[in-house]
Design a protein around this ligand. Structure first.
Ligand SMILES: [Cu+2]
Length: 158
């Protein structure tokens, strides 16, 4: 399977809605990274994921709260429903942005973490299936959830 697709990359792509018809053009500076997911403390992120790859993949988040089905990681003995989304299948992950997801009062206005596919360890991340999650303090956020004190955003993953 890996040999068949040597050199091929995979990528999370954002669409305007769950009909998956119209792509959202993301910032080219993100490179192969998936769309940046963001919210403010107190909100939930609901991500409807459709797998258009030939293999089971998932979305596993860091820095947020979730129940077993929305964990998105294939941990034994009993993985949750979102642990491995098969080719052509879809799953809606629900992630809670609680106090620990966001910044402390004396920290910058947002806290970053990441999401990545987690069916086969790091393999899918190496293929390109990862992206950022940015959680902002609601007192320091604009109406759209972006931080008031940031006018230009650069994200790095290393
Ligand atoms: Cu991880």
């Amino acid at each position: 399977m890996v040999n068949q697709r040597r050199g091929a990359k995979l990528r999370y792509v954002e669409y305007t809605d769950a009909s998956f018809g119209t792509r959202v053009i993301t910032d080219p500076r993100l490179g192969i990274r998936g769309p940046t997911l963001r919210g403010v403390v107190g909100e939930y992120l609901a991500v409807t994921f459709l797998n258009r790859t030939p293999d089971p993949v998932s979305m596993h988040p860091h820095g947020v709260k979730y129940d077993k089905d929305s964990e998105g990681a294939h941990y034994e003995p009993k993985p949750g429903l979102g642990a491995a989304v098969g080719p052509g299948a879809r799953f809606t992950y629900v992630w809670q942005l609680d106090e620990s997801s966001g910044p402390l009062p004396d920290e910058p206005s947002s806290k970053g973490s990441l999401y990545h596919s987690h069916v086969n360890g790091d393999r899918e991340t190496d293929l390109g299936l990862f992206g950022f999650i940015i959680v902002t303090d609601p007192k320091r956020a604009r109406a759209d959830g972006t931080p008031k004190d940031v006018d230009r955003e650069m994200a790095r993953s290393s």
